[in-house]
Design a protein around this ligand. Structure first.
Ligand code: 5GP
Length: 253
């Protein structure tokens, strides 16, 4: 039994333990506290637990974006030095692990699907971590492909043109549970096109994992409205004034 005299001390222990546990699970989240909040330590710990999923963004990825990303305009971020042209393999491996953690479920994913070319690195490490195969949709139909294909029209945000993306019917089937991965989320058209292909095959989309989400554009809402689970490793609130600002992830003030 806890005596009244010991209560403050016990709450203090709960509180510190809570922060410690939370910190261990979320090394990316900075936590601020005030001593006046100590009596609510236990309560806060459970609140924190509930918010882990939504607040967590990858620290290493954010650091790369801040140090190497180039803001081309209010709407476009260039990350050629680690994602879109040159690839950071360590970071890509971390992304794969993080996607697998976030999309963990009882029903195993049987395939990872992305679109060439920049989705391939994070999708590859995700597939490696899951122990399944990776399929990438082609933006232009290859000469070696026959007509046994699924297609979807995708309007490209960066190229401002419509591509018909193609996946062979041999590689996605109705028994597949497919995790879709892409590098960026802007208006959601690439991810929707990939999801359409899975659905044409009669398969199930288990979720959509995005490396960098531009949260000021409608893509996330478009995908949520279509009924898909969306997880983004970094969420950008704004690119205004040549500055990258992330969606706020501070949990306690
Ligand atoms: P969405 O289909 O969601 O409109 O756009 C996503 C696709 O456009 C991604 O596959 C990515 O290739 C490209 N994209 C969208 N916004 C950006 C951006 O700000 N920077 C880069 N590098 N690619 C982008």
């Amino acid at each position: 039994m806890t005596s009244k005299r010991n209560l403050p001390f016990n709450y203090f222990v709960f509180y510190k333990t809570g922060l410690l546990c939370y910190g261990n699970q979320n090394p990316n989240v900075s936590i601020h506290s005030k001593s006046s909040e100590l009596p609510f330590g236990f309560f806060i710990y459970f609140q924190l637990q509930l918010r882990i999923e939504e607040d967590h963004q990858m620290k290493l990825l954010k650091e790369e974006i801040l140090s190497k990303g180039i803001v081309l305009s209010d709407g476009v971020l260039k990350v050629d030095s680690f994602l879109n042209h040159q690839i950071n393999p360590i970071l890509s491996l971390e992304m794969g692990k993080e996607f697998v953690k976030r999309f963990h479920s009882e029903d195993p994913n049987t395939k990872v699907l992305t679109i060439e070319s920049s989705g391939i690195a994070p999708a590859f490490t995700t597939a490696l971590e899951l122990g399944v195969e990776l399929v990438f949709a082609r933006k232009k139909k290859s000469l070696t492909m026959n007509d046994n294909v699924y297609t979807a029209d995708v309007y490209s945000f960066t190229k401002q043109e419509t591509n018909t993306i193609t996946v062979s019917k041999d590689f996605i089937t109705e028994s597949d549970r497919v995790l879709i991965i892409d590098d960026f989320l802007a208006n959601g058209q690439a991810a929707l096109g990939l999801a359409q292909i899975v659905e044409q095959a009669g398969g199930t989309v288990s979720g959509i994992g995005i490396v960098i989400e531009k949260s000021f554009q409608p893509g996330r809402q478009v995908l949520l409205d279509a009924g898909y689970k969306v997880e983004s490793l970094a969420r950008i609130e704004s690119l205004k004034n040549n500055e990258v600002r992330f969606v706020d992830e501070t949990v306690l003030v």
